[in-house]
Design a protein around this ligand. Sequence first.
Ligand code: MG
Length: 236
Amino acid sequence: MGRAIDGLLPQKEYDLLYCKAKLEARNYIPPFASEIKGFLDPEEGERLFELALEACLLGPCLEIGSFCGKSTVYLGSACKLRGRTLFSIDHHRGSEEQQPGQLYFDPEVYDAGKGVIDSFPYFRATLERAGLEETVVAIVAKSHVVARDWATPLGMVFIDGGHAYETVFTDYCCWSPHILPGGFLVFHDIFLDPSEGGQAPYEVYKLALASAMFEELPMTRTLGVLRRHRSVVVKQ
Ligand code: MG
């Protein structure tokens, strides 16, 4: 170990320790996370885990669109490690593209008796299996309804609910004001090339960036990551 300057580790050694801690922390992601029903790539999941680890130093985390709990396990495992809470919002009736006859319809999460999608039993089983019941607060409602009386500042907001423009825009408007300075605003399904996927999340992502409230961090696959500025930026 090199000589510490003013009680601090030299940057190189700090970086090495930080990388080691990040790698060790990944052991806390349950091995079955990648097998949970959902649309998140494991690489995106690991990035969510790392972002949540950092975000938890500021405040609790919140996700919109938990479905069967895949992203919840990555985010929640980081929150558990930090002793923080993850608020997980989903009405569990499926998004537009998960309805019968649509591209992402999955008969396994369809309650034929009631004629509705119901992903909540899967979500609940995931929480049990991952040991996250003391970490995750499941909120079964539409995100704008939850936002109506929300007052808790957040270290991170992950938007992965409905992908229609109005839905993503509403989620952004409802939740981005609650992100603490230095906290993260993360979008799933950011496709820079329109031929690869719907553009609504990317449109709202660009809107967030244009607000000058956030700085852009590197993406991981389709995960768009913004960080709220720590101080006010005056746009010329
Ligand atoms: Mg998604």
